[in-house]
Design a protein around this ligand. Structure first.
Ligand code: ZN
Length: 204
């Protein structure tokens, strides 16, 4: 375990006091690759603060507006894990200057991923144009199968503009990155070409 990382006891304590909403700390830390490699994937205090920020500012409000379950397939990655799975050394999954989560909607087909991506783009652009996003009441939806969703979450604390830094449609999931300052609203598509990840601008 990294020296600066929080202990498992601290994780449990923080998890209990985690902001109410849809996304738990555990699901943002969970990684099958980490388990396999025997990496604890626990954050430092500053990374933890960023995970909390992104949960409150991006993920929970996004989930409310989208109105359907979203599964996190990769959230936080400690540096060794990120390196091991071939993540960029400047990846927002490291939670340094921002943070990122890979999300999968219920409809995980290509069309379903495109729907979700376009929803986020429209919402963020509308928010940027108005200076403020409209509050939308979540439609009634079946509970997420992943547990922890017995009680409906409260609406986002603030008026809650949703911004994003990078939104990338990848094979099987949508990557969304967010920064506390200076979001770039980049929309890209990732493709595997000759064994290499190629990112090109995506135009809906
Ligand atoms: Zn990602």
């Amino acid at each position: 375990m990294r020296k600066q990382a929080i202990s498992f006891q601290t994780f449990l304590r923080v998890q209990e006091q985690w902001p109410k909403g849809w996304f738990s700390l555990a699901e943002l830390l969970k990684s099958d690759d980490a388990l396999q490699a025997d990496i604890s994937n626990l954050p430092t205090m500053s990374e933890l603060a960023m995970i909390r920020k992104i949960t409150v500012e991006l993920l929970n409000p996004l989930r409310v507006r989208w109105g359907g379950p979203l599964t996190v397939t990769s959230g936080f990655r400690e540096p060794e894990l990120n390196h091991r799975i071939g993540g960029s050394p400047t990846s927002d999954h490291l939670y340094q200057i921002g943070g990122a989560a890979d999300l999968v909607p219920v409809d995980a087909t290509e069309a379903g991923l495109v729907d979700f991506l376009e929803f986020v783009v429209e919402m963020a652009v509308a928010g940027a144009a108005d200076g403020k996003n409209e509050r939308i009441d979540p439609p009634s939806i079946p509970p997420h199968s992943g547990g922890r969703e017995e009680t409906p979450p409260p609406p986002p604390a603030s008026g809650g503009e949703i911004e994003f830094d990078q939104l990338i449609i990848e094979p099987g999931w949508v990557h969304i990155g967010w920064r506390p300052n200076g979001n770039r609203f980049q929309v890209k598509r990732m493709m595997l070409v000759g064994g290499k990840n190629i990112y090109e601008e995506y135009r809906p």
